[in-house]
Structures are given as C-alpha cells and as structure tokens.
Design a binder for this molecule. Structure first.
Ligand code: DMJ
Length: 630
C-alpha cells in the first residue's frame, strides 16, 4: 500500500515512502502537518519557559552577597533555571548589571554636587566633544600625490600706464569694501544683506551656512594681492567649512561656486586644505547622479544624498545649463583624486546628449532624468542654457585642445544657434533671442551677454577658418550689451531687454528692470579686450565700475538695485557672492596687463574661477602631463 503523496508548503510534490524506508529523517518527512504544528507549539512553549526562568526567577547572588560575575554564581544560575543557557548570556547579563550599578552610583555622586560644579562639568564635557569633533574633521582624507600642473601668471599684471593702474587700485578698493563688509556683518553666512547689515542666503544653498562668499571670493582676493584677507578666509574654511549638513542645495550652483572656488584657490595658493574640501564636497554631490539615465538631479541633500528637481521645471526635468556645467570641475576632480567616477559621470552626460535628436539642431533647455526625453522645446543662450555651450568650448580649451569631440559639439550647437536665434534689429543691433516651440522671442537677458566673450574665445579653432566672423560676432554682442547699459538712467544693465516694436535694448516689464551686480557684460568686455586691445572695452568697463560704485555702494557693502531706469532707485539689499567672484575679478583683469592669468594656461569656469589647462593625457599618465602642460 502506498501512502498518499504529501504536498509540502512549497507546493513541490514529495515522493511516496515505502514502509521500510522509515529512517529518522525520512520519518520526519512523513509527519502530518497538524502533528508538526503541535510539536512546534510544544517546542516554542519550552523555549519561552526557559527564557522566563532565566530572566525572571529571583537572583540569589544578592542574597548571598556574591559578586554577580563570579564563576560560582554562573553555575548556580544554571542549576536554578533548570535549563542551561550558554555562559555568554550570563556574562552579558552580569555585565549589564555591573554597568547599571555603576551608573546608579555615579548618579548618586552627581546629586551630591552643587549646581555650579555640575555646570562646570557639563561645560568641560561639551568642549571635549567639540574638540573631538574638530580633530575628526581635521583629519584629511589621504589623496594620491599628484603633480601640480605648472601654474603661471598668478601674481603679475601691474599695468604700465598710471591711469590704468589708478583704475585697477579703485577696483581693489571696491573688493576690499565688499569683503570687509561681509567680514563684519555676514561672516560665515552665504551672502550679505548690506543694508540690514546681516547674513543672507537663498534656496540654492538650502538652509546651509557654508560661507559661499568666502569660497567664491578667495581667488579674486589672491589675484588682487589681498593676502591677509585670503588667509582669513582660509582659516574660516579650515575650521568651519563642513559639507555634512542636512541641506538641499543646487548641484550646479554649489559646483560652480564651491568646487570651482576651492579648486582655483588650491591651484593659485597650493594650500592642500582647498583640495581636500573640494573633494569632500564632490563626494557629497555624486549621489545626485543616481537617476535612471545618469542625468543628475538639480538638487541634492548633502547629508542624505536624496535628489530631486525644481518644482518649476518643465515636466520634472533637469536643466541643460545645470547638468551641462559640471565638466571642467569634474575633470580636475578625477585628476586630483585618481577616481575615474567624476570624469565618467560627465562623459556619460555628453554621450547621452550626442545620441538624442535635436529639434532644428538645437538643444532644448529641459531634459527628464527619468525618461531621458526632452521637456518643452525652449532653447536659450541665456538662463537655463548658457553655460552648457560655454563648457563645451572650455572643455576643449582646458584639454589643451585635445578634446576635439567637445569642440565639434560646440561648433555644431553654435551653428544652429546662429541660424535660429541670432538676428539684427531694425536699428542694427545684433541680438540673441529665445527659441520657444518654433517661435523666436526677440528678447535678450543680461545672462546672455556672456556669449560675446564666448564667441571671441572660440574664434581661434573655429571650422572653415571663421575666426574673424566669430570675433566680429563677439564684438557685436558686446556693443548691444553696452547699449543696454547706456540706454538706462543709472548706466547699469537691466535683467532682460527687448527688440520689439521700436524698442531696442531696453526693458519693458517692471520685473525685468533690476540689476543684481551681475558680471556677464563686463566679462565680455574683458575677453574682447584680451583679443583686440580696443580701448573702448576698458572705457565701457570703467563706465560700469563707476556706476556700480555710485549707485550700488552703501555703507554695508554693495547692493543690487530694483530699477535701472529710475534716478531714485531702491535697493534689493543683497550682495551676491558672484559680485566678488566674477564682477570685480573681471574688472580687475580688465585693468591689468595680459600676463595676469594668461588664457593659454588658464580657463575660467562659469563663476570666473580659473582652472589650469590639463592635457587629456594627464588623466591617465601624470608624467607625460608634466612635460606637456605649459
Ligand atoms: C553666476 O553664478 C554664473 O555666472 C552663472 O553661470 C550664471 N549666473 C551667475 C551670475 O549672473
């Protein structure tokens, strides 16, 4: 007779057993389910009983006055409970008891102390914890020894002409006023409120207090020879700059201002601390790339590593100018750390973009990091698009012109932009409009004015020997942007200006009439000056510097103004960190000789932080790098 087959929980059939096959393991398999359940119940009841006896039966060690962890006590406990718990459990239990008694004793002693004694004790404890934390923070992460690329022209630039020297001194004085005011009223905060005379911050820095102005200003201070101020900033960074904070920051902004600022400070001064901090920050930014496509989120929480996108961006998209403006800093991070991840992340973005269709050859500003699809078909050389194009060109320049893929991508993009976005107004002003779903909006932003400098910088090496054409295009954009300044009451440029219905290079809407100490127009003047030495660029730069000093300077620093067309403007009460990083630096360079930061050796990131040229081979072979870099 065969017993019916049993169906185990897994659902797989167990073969029927013959009566002679009743050895122990097989016999267990033949038990009925209900029998198994009863056995299990009995077993668990027994275990519970043992535990209960072990923990809750009276402990005679106290009665006997025997120390809890004595060997005799262990034996007695075993006998008492009637079961045999392993001695590790007993040792653990006894240790808990000893600790408990010690804590009770300490508490009793504490209660005997006076309030003042207790306070002093707490204070000592606190300082010890702070000291320990500091020590922990100070231990730098060991980084591989990497040769310092040859850095040239960091201390030069004295102009020969006395009037130019005077102007340069004035710019240095403005820098000192901006820095000293921040030092006095906003130290350690991200930015300064120069009228309220207190710290300021915006959502790009989350709720952090990371001294953005200090980091952003360092290399300007260094170039200007303000070495005490530089040292002061360095000390703050050594002691306070900590990126392990629960703050949701903009990946782009923090990269261009902090990573770029720290790397530049490192290359200029050779101080290791800046390199270490830059790498610590970079590690915190990496989780932003954890998306289905590898296109990073716009924001990342520095502590948790959780990323997300701006709520206002089209269909949950990441922004072209944000994920497309990481290349320069990330290449240097790979060089300095030997960690290929940084380089791979930015190259992955480039490859992904190269595979995508581009409407009319244009790159839309929005790309969804989950689906890898474009959002709205808007293209801009101003906000949301600008520095993506800038970094393609600068990737090529920074690689000592070896990254020809970047150059080709730049050339193709600019060709499409010229075809669809660049026009001449009736009054003969060349402008770069905004492309919105096949329609050209005849409006240009202050941000777009940087493109004059970019065209000039990219002239050399342009295809079909169009260098002259791009230098001319740069000059035309510089002229248009100068007009946007010249047509205002304050001689400062508005945020955006139109080329419509008889109006040219002027803002129409009230909310486009502000000037927030932005650098782009002065940046273009500087590049144009370097490539042409036409004195008008120094003249225009000086006009802007004077207007800033006259209308934006207050006793507590420099402030943006709300309406450049009003002779009685109100202030926005913000001294932006990029005013010290970019606006004043470009002005200073404009009135320096060309041997300060020569463009053959340095490439400025989009926040005006200079990074040395790094031949592509440097990423794989440090030795060849040293002989190649000039
Ligand atoms: C800066 O932070 C950078 O130049 C960025 O690329 C664009 N805008 C600001 C200054 O206007």
């Amino acid at each position: 007779m065969t017993t019916p087959a049993l169906l185990p929980l897994s659902g797989r059939r167990i073969p029927t057993l013959s009566p002679g096959a009743a050895s122990f393991p097989h016999h267990r398999a033949t038990l009925r389910l209900s029998e198994k359940f009863i056995l299990l119940l009995i077993l668990s009841a027994f275990i519970t009983l043992c535990f209960g006896a072990f923990f809750f039966l009276p402990d005679n060690s106290k009665h006997n006055g025997v120390r809890a962890n004595s060997v005799s006590n262990v034996t007695r406990t075993e006998t008492w409970s009637g079961c045999s718990p392993c001695s590790a459990w007993v040792i653990l239990r006894d240790k808990i008891r000893v600790d408990h008694e010690r804590a009770l004793q300490e508490a009793k002693e504490k209660l005997r102390k006076s309030r003042d004694e207790l306070r002093a004790e707490i204070q000592t404890e606190k300082s010890k914890v702070v000291e320990d934390l500091k020590k922990k923070k100070e231990v730098p992460k060991p980084l591989p020894p990497v040769p310092m690329p040859k850095v040239v022209g960091v201390n030069d630039g004295d102009p020969v002409e006395p009037d130019v020297k005077e102007k340069r001194d004035k710019i240095r004085e403005m820098m000192k006023h901006a820095w000293d005011s921040y030092r006095q009223y906003g130290w350690g905060h991200n930015e300064l409120k120069p009228l309220a005379k207190k710290g300021h911050s915006t959502n790009i820095f989350g709720n952090s207090q990371m001294g953005a102005t200090i980091v952003d200003a360092l290399d300007s201070l260094y170039m200007m020879g303000l070495h005490d101020e530089f040292k002061d900033g360095q000390e703050w960074i050594e002691q306070n700059l900590d990126f392990s904070v629960n703050a949701e920051v903009s990946v782009f902004e923090v990269n261009i201002r902090f990573t770029g600022g720290l790397l530049a400070a490192y290359y200029l001064s050779g101080q290791e601390v800046f390199k270490v901090k830059a790498v610590q920050l970079a590690e915190k930014l990496l989780p932003a790339f954890n998306t289905p496509t590898g296109i990073p989120w716009a924001m990342v929480n520095l502590k948790s590593g959780v990323g997300r996108n701006w709520g206002w961006a089209s269909a949950g998209s990441s922004i072209l100018a944000e994920f497309g403006t990481l290349h320069m800093e990330f290449v240097h991070l790979t060089y300095l750390t030997g960690n290929p991840a940084y380089y791979q992340k930015v190259m992955h973005i480039r490859k992904l973009l190269a595979k995508m269709d581009r409407p009319n050859g244009l790159y839309p500003n929005y790309l969804n990091p989950r689906t890898g699809r474009w959002g709205q078909h808007h293209t801009s050389v101003g906000g949301l698009g600008d520095s993506f194009y800038e970094y393609l060109l600068k990737a090529w320049l920074m690689s000592d012109k070896t990254d020809t893929e970047a150059r080709k991508t730049y050339d193709d993009a600019i060709e499409a932009i010229e075809r669809h976005l660049i026009r001449k107004s009736n009054g003969g002003l060349t402008f770069i409009g905004e492309w919105k779903n096949g329609h050209l909006e005849r409006k240009m932003g202050h941000l777009t004015c940087f493109a004059g400098g970019m065209f000039a910088l990219g002239a050399d090496g342009s295809p079909d020997d169009k260098a002259g054409h791009y230098l001319q295009l740069g000059a035309e954009i510089a002229h248009t942007c100068h007009e946007s300044y010249d047509r205002t009451v304050l001689k400062l440029g508005p945020e955006a200006f139109k080329f419509d219905s008889g109006l040219e290079a002027v803002a129409v809407r009230q909310n486009e009439k502000y000037y927030i100490l932005r650098p782009e127009v002065i940046e273009t003047y500087w590049y144009m000056w370097r490539f042409t030495h036409d004195p008008k660029y120094r003249q225009w730069g000086w006009e802007a510097a004077q207007a800033i000093d006259k209308y934006c300077r207050v006793s507590g620093g420099f402030s943006g103004v709300k309406d450049v067309y009003s002779s009685n403007p109100t202030y926005d009460d913000v001294q932006q960190s990029f005013f010290l990083a970019e606006t004043l630096k470009y002005l200073y360079l404009l009135f320096s000789s060309d041997d300060l930061m020569p463009l053959e050796s340095w490439v400025f990131n989009t926040e005006a932080h200079p990074l040395p040229v790094l031949h592509s081979s440097c990423l794989v072979n440090f030795c060849s790098c040293l002989s190649i870099n000039h």
